[in-house]
Design a protein around this ligand. Structure first.
Ligand SMILES: *Cc1c(COP(=O)(O)O)cnc(C)c1O
Length: 388
């Protein structure tokens, strides 16, 4: 017998359906030069500081004296100390090394963390949403409450009128590219403390923040270490989508002993990110590494700004793209998401992601990403403009 919870999952058809439509079109029009602004993957190579660190780590593995097998359960000290110092203490945030759990990325951690929580927990997610939060809780058989994020509320979810136990927040947001200010995030921290709820905060796009009043970490908000777990990833920060490394902060000051339980869970089911990945991640925090990864995030943000400006000039209503590599674009003339997807593909040979794939409130929007090359991004914009 198969888990009845898995049987309840809807077909995850978004990216498969996009690929199918694109392949069909390519078959019929082999000459079409299709540009994807739909991918959620990075395209620029790794920083040279990262490459050097990985080469060095490989050489260490070749010699018995410096060979490394299984690593420490929470990750190597060299990395956890670099994280604490650079991502937190430097910004006046007090996080300790044994509150950091190095992992193979934020998708697994955001998906797995719910295992520590009761089946009875009521879980709130934004709509639209990164599908991992929803599907992992459906797999566990939980009830999910949706918090609409629309132009009307400025993509700022309203506090639930009824009690919820767990809230997933992702800011800067995938898919909308919008952010919360410190004051807006504080309202959620206050809610969580008052309601004895837990916030699961996904900071995967933190490195793209440009605005002063947008928090890089939920722990910038007083009280957050009593009610929030935070997920970080090197995937978008440093192009690690293929390397695999991230970390999760589980404060010891939470109301429940989640730090000890997460340690227990990870020791049971996870044997760590590779030594090579952890040395690669450590290199991001060197002075050379910091400069290099900033160059890459700036490259993508330059794309985002050009996209935002040109699409706005063309008359599109555009959200996001200021502190995030995503733009959330209202379809023209109240077209449905898939209708506009088809128009973009057939008329302009551009691939975008239909917003409805991220939730009902995504209907009437598409997501564009700034992860393409600059040349392709500019070419794509020119093409859209010429077809309008
Ligand atoms: C890309 C992304 C991640 C990162 O996932 P990894 O497993 O670290 O590659 C996490 N959360 C969101 C919302 C993302 O878009």
């Amino acid at each position: 017998m198969i888990s009845e919870n898995y049987l309840k999952l809807s077909e995850s058809y978004l990216f498969a359906e996009i690929a199918r439509k694109v392949n069909d079109y390519k078959k019929k029009h082999p000459e079409a030069d299709i540009i994807s602004l739909g991918i959620g993957d990075v395209t620029q190579p790794l920083a040279s500081a990262v490459i050097e660190a990985m080469h060095k780590a490989v050489d260490e593995m070749a010699v018995a004296a410096s060979f490394r097998g299984y690593g420490p359960e929470r990750g190597y000290d060299f990395l956890r100390e670099a994280i604490v110092e650079n991502d937190f203490r430097r910004h006046g945030i007090d996080v300790e090394a044994d509150e950091i759990f190095v992992s193979d990325g934020a998708k697994s951690d955001t998906g797995n963390f719910q295992e520590l929580l009761s089946k009875k927990c009521v879980v709130a997610v934004t709509d639209p949403v990164y599908p991992v939060y929803v599907d992992s809780n459906l797999m566990a058989g939980r009830t999910i409450v949706k918090l609409p994020c629309t132009p009307e509320n400025g993509f700022v979810p309203e506090l639930p009128s009824d009690h919820v136990d767990v809230i997933y927040l992702c800011y800067p947001n995938n898919p909308t590219g919008t952010t919360l200010t410190k004051a807006q995030l504080k309202a959620w921290v206050d809610y969580a403390i008052r309601e004895e709820a837990l916030i699961l905060y996904d900071a995967a796009y933190e490195a793209y923040i440009q605005s002063e009043d947008v928090p890089h970490s939920i722990y910038e908000i007083p009280g957050a270490s009593k009610c929030a777990v935070e997920f970080h990833s090197y995937s978008k920060t440093a192009g690690f989508t293929g390397i695999r490394c991230g970390y999760t902060v589980v404060p010891k000051t939470l109301r429940m002993p989640l730090n000890a339980l997460w340690n227990r869970r990870q020791c049971t089911k996870f044997n760590g990110a590779s030594y090579l990945s952890q040395r690669a991640a450590e290199a991001i925090y060197t002075s050379q590494g910091k400069v290099q990864i900033k160059e890459t995030t700036s490259y993508y943000m330059k794309n985002a700004h050009v996209m935002r400006a040109s699409l706005t000039d063309m008359g599109f209503k555009v959200y996001g793209g200021i502190d995030a590599p995503y733009l959330w674009v209202k379809t023209p003339g109240n077209m449905m998401s898939w209708e506009f997807f088809d128009w973009m593909l057939q008329s302009a040979h551009i691939v975008c992601t239909p917003g409805v794939g991220f939730g009902d409130k995504g209907e009437g929007f598409v997501r564009l990403t700034a992860f393409g090359t600059h040349e392709n991004t500019v070419k794509a914009l020119r093409r859209i403009n010429s077809k309008l």
